[in-house]
Write a protein that binds this ligand. Structure first.
Ligand code: ZN
Length: 328
């Protein structure tokens, strides 16, 4: 693997590569963004590029240095995570880290620490790290990884160069699943739609279970009839599980309604995501009108926004489904 094989985030990768190649790396970075989009991969990539014995300004992913960094046992690169059985990164871990960063590097190159996620440092650990950041040891590099910077002390944040990572585009994720995981295009498309922009999430998803759940969603949605408020309320109760479950349902619903719309316009199966459910899409798209489909896409989007802002999930989804049976 090398920088060019990282999925997405070209701009962010370019920022760190440029800094590396021009000898202008900062002492501390804060990599911010939702889980599973590649923050740790890029942090490890930067550490490898600094220590790689085969490539310059990049990493080979295969030499002994790259391999040891990947495995977390390179003497100059420490990955700080909560210890086994612990929920937090402790002040002891940070004190040890500080000591280590002050030792001379084994390789003569930078000493690096990746804190993943930095938000698991308790307050005293953060304060201890702050001291290190105020007087960074020579040739040290700290990379703090976090989904949400709000859990870090402002004084800590302000001493790091912040790089933000957005969700990955759907086509990047489906492309990755096809070319590197060998998935069928239609499964890849569907999983990408369900990934919520996180490659990490999609790799750990149980595909069979998700396909199973989707059959249930299709059954529930197809079964909604005008005026059947009871069915809408029951369906909301079934699909509104955890926050991620609710978001997945809504992302799927949006892809489903888009498919109905696309199919009723083009009659081309190539244009749809839920390709393996073509017969259902053909049936449903014959009986729904454009205007309603458009407004249902907007409603699904609004519901996704609401759940991301932590509105009551069941209420948001119930509202959406009650609207659907009302408008029929
Ligand atoms: Zn290498």
């Amino acid at each position: 693997m090398s920088f060019s094989q990282i999925v997405g985030h070209q701009k962010q990768v370019e920022i760190v590569r440029q800094a590396l190649n021009h000898g202008r790396l900062h002492h501390a970075y804060l990599f911010l963004g939702m889980e599973g989009v590649g923050k740790k991969t890029i942090a490890l990539g930067l550490a490898k590029a600094i220590h790689c014995s085969a490539a310059t300004g990049d990493f080979c992913g295969e030499c002994a240095d790259c391999a040891r960094i990947q495995d977390g046992n390179h003497p100059d690169v420490r990955i700080i995570e909560p210890l086994a059985g612990k929920k937090e990164i402790s002040i002891q871990q940070i004190r040890e880290l500080e000591k280590e960063l002050n030792f001379r590097s084994f390789s003569g190159k930078k000493k690096i620490a990746i804190l993943n996620p930095a938000t698991l440092m308790n307050l005293s650990a953060q304060n201890a790290l702050l001291k290190t950041l105020e007087e960074p040891p020579r040739d040290s590099l700290l990379i703090l990884i976090a989904a949400n910077g709000g859990a870090l002390l402002p004084t800590l944040r302000s001493r790091c160069l912040r790089i933000s990572f957005g969700p990955l585009a759907r086509d990047l994720i489906s492309g990755f699943l096809v070319s590197r995981k060998g998935l069928e295009a239609e499964t890849a498309e569907f999983l990408a739609a369900m990934s919520l922009g996180s490659l990490g999430a999609v790799v750990s998803i149980d595909t069979q279970e998700l396909l199973e759940r989707r059959r249930e969603w299709v059954r529930l949605i197809s079964g909604l009839r005008a005026g059947d408020y009871r069915a809408a309320t029951d369906a909301a109760e079934v699909v509104a599980g955890s926050k991620d479950d609710s978001l997945r349902f809504l992302e799927w619903l949006e892809s489903w309604v888009r498919d109905l719309l696309a199919y009723s316009v083009t009659r081309n199966p190539q244009d749809i995501v839920n390709i393996d459910m073509l017969p259902q899409i053909q049936r449903q798209s014959a009986t729904t009108d454009f205007e309603r489909l458009f407004s249902r896409i907007a409603e699904a989007k609004a519901a996704i926004g609401g759940i991301q802002r932590n509105l009551n999930r069941r209420m948001v989804i119930e509202d959406l489904l009650l609207n659907a049976v009302e408008a029929s």
